[in-house]
Design a protein around this ligand. Structure first.
Ligand code: IPM
Ligand code: MG
Length: 367
């Protein structure tokens, strides 16, 4: 049997630093458990632009289509702000999502007990929080046509189009219902059916798909009210399904409930490949954090947990995924903290690689 293949795209800013710790975890699985992955590495985002003048080369794109899973660090940085829109680092990531057709973006927001006091909300509100946002990732206003900046009379007009087909809504709704079945059997769909036709269709299609899942309690909320409810009492939710743009906003909001953006992983999944595995890309929810890049300050946990999601969703290694998640929980419970998890506390933070050491030690202890 051939080893499962992974393409690693560290990207920009803190991406390479946090990914270096993930590589150590991958090696740990090979050394200690004989689970070996064929790992290759390539450039994306600003790093690819610097080397090749494009944020994603065709060669890297084809490689991403061939492997079992892609792990991505982060893209972007102020250095690239001046670039033309078409070659901005973010375009590399968006091209991967679109061409791999990764329509279901799973963004869990889980509050680790050791960090409950670190949230800006009261402990009561967030302790034990475990929700999953399913964000549609390949359509909506991110990709809708027409788009652009045009001249109209004596001024310019910026245009983007929110657009959803029934089949696009249908497939992401199915993914969300399937997840809800494996979790708390509650699904809340969020749109703006009060002002947008795309929202009206969204609600209709999700309701129709729901008929096939009588065991899942389906509710609908306008996305603005959803944002309010997420901060008021987030534990009312189990799975949330929403469109690309609302999902972008709501997942950042949900992330912050847990105390730190540095903690949250994500999985972007598409249709099954010939080998039965879904097309998949895993990445932390956080960005490239240029302000701390290259200083060894970044928290590698979100990226490590993204690898855990790869174990679960791409490789059917749920137990091994849990092993990584438990190791992270252990490390936090033991008080290990990178700078983002200390806030005003005076003590010295762990560096990125020291946090990696701590996770590896906890993995060793799990054997
Ligand atoms: C995210 C990011 C991306 C998005 C950017 C980097 C293109 O904010 O993954 O949430 O807007 O989707
Ligand atoms: Mg975002």
């Amino acid at each position: 049997m051939t080893n499962p293949s992974l393409l690693i795209l560290p990207g920009d800013g803190i991406g390479p630093e946090v990914m270096a710790e993930v590589r150590r975890i991958i090696d740990w699985f090979g050394d200690r458990l004989g689970l070996t992955f064929d790992v290759s590495e390539d450039l994306v985002g600003g790093a690819a632009y610097d080397a090749h003048g494009t944020p994603l080369t065709d060669a890297t794109m084809s490689r991403a289509q061939e492997v079992d899973a892609v792990l991505l660090g982060a893209v972007g940085g102020p250095k690239y702000d001046v670039l033309d829109f078409s070659v901005k680092p973010e375009r590399g990531l968006l091209r991967l999502r679109k061409e791999m057709d990764l329509f279901a973006n799973l963004r869990p927001a889980q509050c680790f007990d050791a960090l409950a006091d670190f949230s800006s909300l009261k402990r009561d509100v967030v302790a034990g929080l475990d929700i999953m946002i399913v964000r549609e990732l390949t359509s909506g206003v991110y990709f809708g046509e027409p788009r652009g900046i045009i001249e109209e009379g004596n001024e310019r007009v910026g245009i983007n189009t929110q657009r959803y087909t029934e089949s696009e809504i249908d497939r992401v709704a199915c993914a969300a219902f399937e997840l809800a079945m494996k979790r708390g059997r509650k699904l809340c769909s969020m749109e703006k059916a009060n002002v947008m036709e795309s929202g009206v269709l969204w609600r209709e299609v999700v309701t129709r798909v729901g008929a096939d899942y009588p065991d899942v309690e389906l509710s609908h909320m306008y996305a603005d009210a959803g944002a309010m409810q997420l901060t008021r009492w987030p534990k009312q939710f189990d799975v949330i399904v929403t469109d690309n743009l609302f999902g972008d906003l709501l997942s950042d909001l949900a992330a912050m409930l847990t105390g730190s953006l540095g903690m949250l992983p994500s999985a972007s999944l598409g249709a099954p490949m010939a080998n039965g595995r879904p097309k998949a890309l895993y990445e932390p929810v956080h960005g490239s954090a240029p302000d701390i890049a290259g200083q060894g300050k970044a928290n590698p946990i979100a990226c490590i947990l993204s690898f855990a999601m790869a174990l679960r969703y791409s490789f059917d290694m749920g137990d091994e995924a849990t092993r990584v998640e438990k190791a992270v929980e252990r490390v936090l419970a033991d008080g290990h903290r990178t700078a983002d998890l200390l806030g005003e506390e005076g003590r010295a933070p762990l560096s990125t690689s020291e946090m990696g050491d701590a996770v590896i030690a906890a993995l060793d202890a799990s054997l």
